[in-house]
Design a protein around this ligand. Structure first.
Ligand code: AMP
Ligand code: ZN
Length: 123
């Protein structure tokens, strides 16, 4: 049996890795070589989409010079999706980090929210 590093073993249990590999179904709105965008299962606004890298990165804490370019790809795709969903003039992008930051799935993801008036500060 192939030796698996702890990090790889962790990924096997990661919900968003499974969604990225289409092992768990999701409502896909866009896909690129490196990214998948799908509708949030518990939408907090009329439009609520998540963008994930296909490669596992657990949170913003794991960003480094080696992988930070993915964030730019996520931003460009988010911008395209906002146009596609007709929310380009009013939307909110969120990345939660850590339990206290509201992160519940430890595979980095960008929330895109739109279709209603947003409040500030968020809860
Ligand atoms: P966060 O709290 O920032 O980690 O966001 C995790 C998000 O994933 C929440 O908004 C959940 O509603 C969403 N979510 C959890 N499971 C699924 C799923 N199977 N398909 C789509 N979205 C999900
Ligand atoms: Zn993952």
């Amino acid at each position: 049996m192939k030796f698996l590093a702890n990090k790889e073993r962790g990924n096997m249990d990661c919900l968003f890795c499974k969604i990225a590999k289409k092992e768990i179904p999701s409502s896909v709105v866009a896909e690129t070589d490196n990214l998948l965008a799908f509708r949030d299962i518990e939408p907090q606004a009329p439009v609520h989409i998540l963008i994930i890298p296909k490669k596992h990165i657990s949170s913003t804490k794991e960003l480094s010079k080696l992988n930070v370019e993915i964030l730019g790809e996520m931003a460009l795709l988010a911008s395209e999706i906002c146009k596609q969903e007709n929310i380009e003039d009013g939307n909110r992008w969120i990345i939660n980090t850590g339990a206290e930051g509201g992160q519940t799935v430890f595979h980095i993801h960008l929330h895109i929210l739109g279709g209603r008036t947003m409040q500030w500060p968020p809860g």
